[in-house]
Design a protein around this ligand. Structure first.
Ligand code: OSB
Ligand code: MG
Length: 376
């Protein structure tokens, strides 16, 4: 396909309520969107980097820079036939997976439209609906958390994930389990613990958790494998899994029994599918993580979640949990059974509300192809 234009926008979107993890609080999102035009079609991508480099080393600003200076010009000067052509094009740039994913995923969107098929079908998805869970941030008090859980369960969500950290863990799990003995419950520490906390973490086994997500260092497999030997609750890795090789290494080392796949973290659909397939071959279930995405990133997550080995409810939930107004039409909604019905129209299946996007845009830049030969 010929690339006719790449437009980068930064949109500011306040969250309906603040989201607190072990590494900080997010109140307002600064989201980098990419719009790629090709032969009369328009594809959209979303960069899932945070405002600050606290989940991973990328941020909205690093992604902006690397797309404007490096990845954008490469893509603009290329003729990718498929979304799957992007990783090779971008290989010269080390790292920056979220920046790469924003562009690659837009190409997959265009490819699906070109083929007249939904993104889900294009990638080989097998589900007509996907099961949904919610990720609940650290709250000011346990009673406030209990109210939120009650509301989310009443809405139909199939799994509750609690963000945790030292001081907001076992006491919380105990109260929640007493109130709801049978719900699917998990927790996510975002690397808040050390191996010296292993005895404390082994105590999580008392609460029948589906998994504990990323308890130790963001870049570790080895100490997670030591910890997994000391606890019955399955470890799920998020931050540590950057690609297929990482997934295979972590599985081989028994560092985890479940894998969270995030499109941005692994660099886009190609690598996400590769991680999915590797885990499936090894009998390890996966689920789709979330990064407080707007409707654009959310629509990519929905398509990804239709692959066969996405066997557990993901962190992909309704637009209204994040935004007073989402930038897609229709917004993402969840049924009273806690499911998202997969759209069947060509591409991502949700229109972009370009007027609203323009209103929310604070920075915009168009990228042109550079002559790459002879560039320093
Ligand atoms: O670790 O899964 C995570 C949000 C920001 C950064 C990291 C994570 C999260 C979430 C939120 O858990 C998931 C969502 O609702 O989008
Ligand atoms: Mg996580």
């Amino acid at each position: 396909m010929r690339i006719d234009g790449i437009i980068l926008r930064e949109v500011h979107m306040p969250l309906v309520r603040p989201f607190q993890t072990s590494f900080g609080i997010t109140r307002n999102r600064r989201i980098l969107l990419v719009e790629v035009r090709s032969e009369g079609l328009t594809g959209w991508g979303e960069c899932t980097a945070g405002e600050r480099p606290h989940f991973s080393s990328e941020s909205t600003d690093t992604a902006w820079q690397v797309i404007v200076d490096e990845l954008g010009p490469i893509l603009a000067g290329a003729h990718p036939d498929h979304g799957g052509s992007c990783p090779k094009l971008f290989d010269i740039v080390r790292g920056h997976p979220m920046a790469k994913a924003a562009l690659e995923n837009a190409i997959w969107d265009i490819e699906a439209q070109r083929e007249g098929t939904s993104l889900s079908r294009l990638i080989g998805g097998v589900r007509e609906k996907i099961p949904c869970g919610v990720s609940l941030g650290i709250q000011k008090s346990i009673p406030e958390l209990m109210d939120i859980i009650e509301r989310e369960l009443a809405a139909g969500y199939q799994r509750i994930k609690l963000k945790c950290k030292p001081g907001w863990d076992t006491e919380v799990f105990e109260k929640v389990r007493n109130q709801w003995p049978d719900i699917m419950l998990s927790c996510d520490a975002n690397s808040a613990y050390k191996l010296r906390d292993a005895d404390h973490l082994a105590g999580f086994d008392n609460f029948d958790l589906l998994m504990v997500e990323q308890p130790l260092w963001h870049d570790d497999f080895y100490y997670h494998s030591m910890l997994q030997k000391r606890m019955a609750t399955p470890i799920c890795l998020d931050e540590s899994i950057r690609n297929r090789r990482d997934a295979l290494a972590a599985i081989e080392m028994e560092s985890c029994r479940i894998i969270n796949i995030k499109l941005g973290r692994v660099g886009g659909f190609s690598e996400a599918i590769a991680v999915h397939n590797a885990a499936q071959e090894k009998g390890i279930p996966v689920w789709c993580g979330g990064m407080l995405e707007s409707g654009i990133g959310r629509s990519h997550n929905i398509a990804l979640s239709t692959l066969e080995n996405f066997r557990l409810p993901g962190d992909v939930s309704a637009s209204a949990r994040y935004w007073t107004e989402d930038i897609i039409e229709p917004e993402v909604t969840v049924t009273s059974e806690g499911e998202i019905i997969i759209p069947d129209s060509p591409g991502r299946g949700y229109e972009v509300r370009t007027d609203l996007v323009d209103k929310l845009t604070v920075r915009k830049e168009e990228i042109r192809a550079l002559e790459l030969v002879g560039r320093n």
